[in-house]
Design a protein around this ligand. Structure first.
Ligand SMILES: [Zn+2]
Length: 285
């Protein structure tokens, strides 16, 4: 089984007369979708009763929830005060995730310090994770997802994310395929390139973490430094293409959650991915 849905609410949601995110599960169900990533990138500001209602609606319409944690988190900071704040953001995200029944929070690993070998920033991020996991033990039923990032100066290459995930079972990779494509300047142009990514995840983290993978997918524009702008499937000049990944999801017997982050077309592009997957599944049976 696959789960596909949007990151946040695109224009379509409001154009169709919806107002509050409480209405999103019903809206997505009507579009044939079954996942949703709630956005807290600019801070966790949700009331408990809102979370409770969202949980009820999501259960009613069978929508799998995840929560994107604040962008200010930096696991590799050298500043003690900032690290304390990062733990605070993670805790708040976990509290909200638990209240809404989200299975995973998505975290950006942070920045590589200028002029420093990447390995040193990575080592600080690992130290931070040991501490953060210890302080958030009560939420061990919610996975902490570490996202692969699109800019070269950000911590979060595929290798770095997989290495960080080895710290604990509670850590899972969030593979943003658009970001991987941008970071390596157009890497993901064929099924075989996607296969290499899946093989690496499986060999480093095991079959179960590959099977239940949480991923982001959107076409992307990039420059020398990596990610420039998220695009849409309409804009055919931008990769990667979901057609290259869909057959592998079947071949590897995966049950992933795939979140569309296409620029204001998250819902439409999630629907396109669901169509592509359904077609491939029909052909491979
Ligand atoms: Zn993200």
């Amino acid at each position: 089984m696959i789960r596909i849905g949007p990151a946040g609410n695109s224009s379509l949601f409001y154009e169709e007369g919806n107002k509050s995110s409480i209405e999103i599960p019903k809206f997505l169900h009507g579009k044939g979708l079954n996942a949703y990533e709630y956005q807290c990138g600019r801070g966790v500001r949700v009331r408990e009763d809102f979370c409770k209602q969202l949980k009820e609606e999501s259960e009613k319409y069978d929508i799998r929830l995840s929560l994107h944690a604040p962008y200010f988190i930096n696991l590799a900071s050298e500043d003690k005060e900032k690290l304390t704040k990062s733990i605070g953001h993670m805790e708040k995200s976990l509290v909200a995730a638990q209240a809404m029944g989200a299975k995973v929070i998505v975290v950006h690993p942070g920045a590589v310090k200028k002029g420093e070998p990447r390995g040193q920033s990575l080592a600080r991020a690992k130290d931070f994770l040991y501490e953060a996991l210890d302080k958030t033990k009560e939420f061990e039923n919610i996975s902490i997802g570490l996202e692969t990032m699109g800019k070269v100066n950000q911590l979060g290459s595929l290798d770095e994310v997989l290495e960080l995930c080895e710290v604990s079972k509670r850590l899972v990779p969030v593979i943003d395929f658009g970001h991987l494509h941008a970071r390596d300047k157009g890497l993901l142009t064929s099924k075989e390139e996607f296969r290499k990514v899946l093989e690496l995840i499986g060999s480093k983290l095991g079959a179960e973490k590959l099977r239940s993978l949480h991923a982001h997918f959107s076409p992307i524009e990039y420059t020398q430094g990596g990610e420039k702008k998220h695009r849409t499937f309409d804009e055919k000049e931008y990769g990667p293409r979901f057609e290259d990944l869909a057959p592998l999801i079947m071949e590897y017997n995966m049950s992933p959650v795939i979140i569309s982050e296409s620029a204001d077309k998250q819902t439409e592009d999630a629907m396109l991915m669901m169509d592509i997957y359904t077609k491939v599944k029909g052909e491979m049976k």
